[in-house]
Design a protein around this ligand. Sequence first.
Ligand code: F0G
Length: 475
Amino acid sequence: MTTTAQSRQATSTDACYQRCLNIDCASTYDVSEVRTKCGVCGDLLDVVYDWSRIKTPSRLLDLESLWSKRHEPLRFSGVWRFHELLPFAPANRVITVGEGQTLLQQADFVSRYVGLRPGQLYLQYEGMNPSGSFKDNGMCAAFTHAHMVGAKRAACASTGNTSASLAMYCAVTQLMKAIIFIGSGKISYGKLSQALEYGALTVQIAGDFDDAMARVQEISKELGIYLVNSVNPFRLEGQKTVMFRVLEALRWEVPDWIVVPGGNLGNSSAFGKAFMELKELGLITRVPRLAVINAAGADTLDVLYNQRNLRWNRGRPRMETACWYYDELDKGKIKADTIASAIEINRPVNLKKCLRALDVCDGVVRKVSDQEILDAKAQVGAGGIGCEPASAASVAGAKLLRQQGVIGYEDRVVCILTGHQLKDPTATVAYHTTDQDTFEEVLGSRGVTRASYANRAIAVPNKVEDIIKAIQLYS
Ligand code: F0G
C-alpha cells in the first residue's frame, strides 16, 4: 500500500486523481494513494477526472447497449456497466459480485399515500443488491481500489449495511480480511448475522456509531488498514451509478425530484456529484432537485441547513457552524436515537460534500419522525416491495414535502429505498404485532403511538370451523 511517506501529487497528465474539497487548498493526490483526508488541510477528498483525456459516451443512450453484453461480468454489473463515468481503475482490474441489478418501480399504491398523481412516484429498490442494500454500489468501487493498492485488510464502522457489504466482498473474493466496528446494541440482527456469517472480524465497541466511526478512522490509520466508509472517495464513485440507473430506467429523462434518506450523507453526496459530472459532460441539460431526509432523532443536517443556514457558499461553507453544533451535542450528552438504526448518526462524515450536492441540485432538507417513517414503511410494504425503516424516510419525506407544497402533485418523484425489508424484521413485526408489550418495548420509547397501517395476525383456536369462520370474517 502506498504510504504517506511515498505520497505523490497528481501530475497535470493524469486523467484521474484525488483532490482536496477545500478550494483554498485543492491539493491533489495520485489515484494510487490511500487517503480519506487531505494531507495538508484534513478536508475530504474527491475523485476528479480530466474528461478531455477520457473516452466518454457522446449520448447516455449509448450506455444502454452495453447491457446486451451482460454475459461479460463488467457489463452485467449495474455499477461497472457505467465504467466510462467512473474510470479510476482499469477495466480489467475491477471487482464485481453482480451488484447494481436494481429496479425502478412505478409505485401507484404508494403514490396515493404520498399524494402524487398516479404514475408519478417511482421507488428505486436498492435492497435487490447482493448484500441487500445500496452499499454494494459503493463497496465494489472501494474494494476495487483497495485491491489495486494491494490492501490485505479492510475496515469500516457501520450501522450494519456497510459491514454486511464489506464482509460479503471479502468472503466472495477471499482477497481481504474484513474488520468491522459496530456500536453496542445498535445494529439489527439481519445485518449483524450477515457480517458474522461472512466471517468478518467483528469489533463491538462500547459506544454508538459516531464513536465507532471516530475509532475506526484512528485505528485504520495507525495499523495501515484500508478504510471503506464513505469518507473514502472511491465509495462515492460507485454510488453515482444509482442515479445512472434511475435515468436509464426513465429512458434518460431527468425526474423532478430525487428523495433520499440522509445518514452519513454518502448517497446524497454521490448523487450530487453524478449530476454535476453529467451536466459538465453535456449528457444532461438539467439536474433534478434533491431532497435529503433525516430521522428526527438524528437530524444534524436538518438543524444545520434549515435552522443555522449552513450552505455550500461557493465552496467555502462555514464548517465551524457544524463544530459548534457538535460541541452542543457533547455538552448536552445528546446521542442520535431513531428506530431507523441505519441512519442513527449525528456526525455525518460527508456533510460538506452533501452541501455541495444540495447546491448543485437546488436541494431541500427535512426530518421525519419515527411514527412517519414506520407508517411510510408499512405503505411501501403494502405496495409489495418492502424496505427497512431508514429507507422509508425517503417516502415519509416525499409525503411531507408534498403536504408542504414543495413537491407538486404532477411532479415526477424518485424515492430511493436503500435497504431490503428483511434487514430489520424487529421493527416490522413490532409495528404489526397484536402484543401491546412488544409494541411498547420496541416502538413506544421512540414516540410511536399508533400503527395505522398494521396488518395484524388473527389468533384462532386449533379447530377447523373456527379457522374457517375467521377467514370468512376477515377476507
Ligand atoms: N439507508 C440505509 C439502509 C443505510 O444503511 C444507510 C447508511 C443510509 C440509508 C444512509 O446513507 O450514509 O449515504 O446517508 N448506513 C451506513 C452503514 C451508515 O453503516 O451501513 P448515507
